[in-house]
Design a protein around this ligand. Structure first.
Ligand SMILES: Nc1ncnc2c1ncn2[C@@H]1O[C@H](COP(=O)(O)OP(=O)(O)OP(=O)(O)O)[C@@H](O)[C@H]1O
Ligand SMILES: [Mg+2]
Length: 125
């Protein structure tokens, strides 16, 4: 559960595939992505449930954070920069820096899904 002013959020972690250690840079990137996504769930979603899923898919690892909250219209990168909102930008940047990609899907009333897919062997640099 996440602490907060409102009702507690039930959080569930699921691991798919064969879990294995990963390069430290990758581990940190995925950790930070999950941390910010969960922080957003706590701050903005009004959700009662959050899910964190880590899938080991051979050459790729995929992290998915979902919530059943109110959802939102995903702003353009330019809008986020202009508004000084750095969380979603940071998520995308962290995924990119380890050679991966990121998708943010949300719809009003339908919750949010933040997903990062990264190569299991972190890209150099
Ligand atoms: N899980 C979510 N549910 C509902 N709205 C969300 C969710 N995640 C993000 N948002 C919306 O997207 C906006 C941008 O999120 P972002 O993390 O970039 O900025 P922030 O959380 O407002 O500020 P910061 O992360 O810089 O402290 C939020 O202000 C919020 O309106
Ligand atoms: Mg944020």
């Amino acid at each position: 559960m996440l602490a907060g002013d409102r009702a507690p959020i039930q959080a569930r972690l699921t691991v798919g595939g064969t879990a294995h250690r990963m390069p430290a840079t990758l581990e940190l990137a995925l950790y930070r992505i999950a941390q910010e996504a969960l922080r957003n769930v706590e701050k903005h979603a009004g959700a009662t449930r959050a899910g964190v899923r880590l899938d080991f898919k051979g050459p790729e690892i995929r992290l998915t954070v979902t919530d059943n909250g109110q959802g939102f219209e995903v702003p353009s990168l330019t809008t986020l920069v202009g508004a000084g909102r750095l969380g979603l930008l940071g998520i995308q940047e962290r995924a990119r820096l380890v050679g991966g990609r990121c998708s943010i899907r949300s719809a009003q009333g339908k919750g949010t899904r933040v997903q990062a897919t990264v190569p299991a062997a972190a890209a150099p640099g």
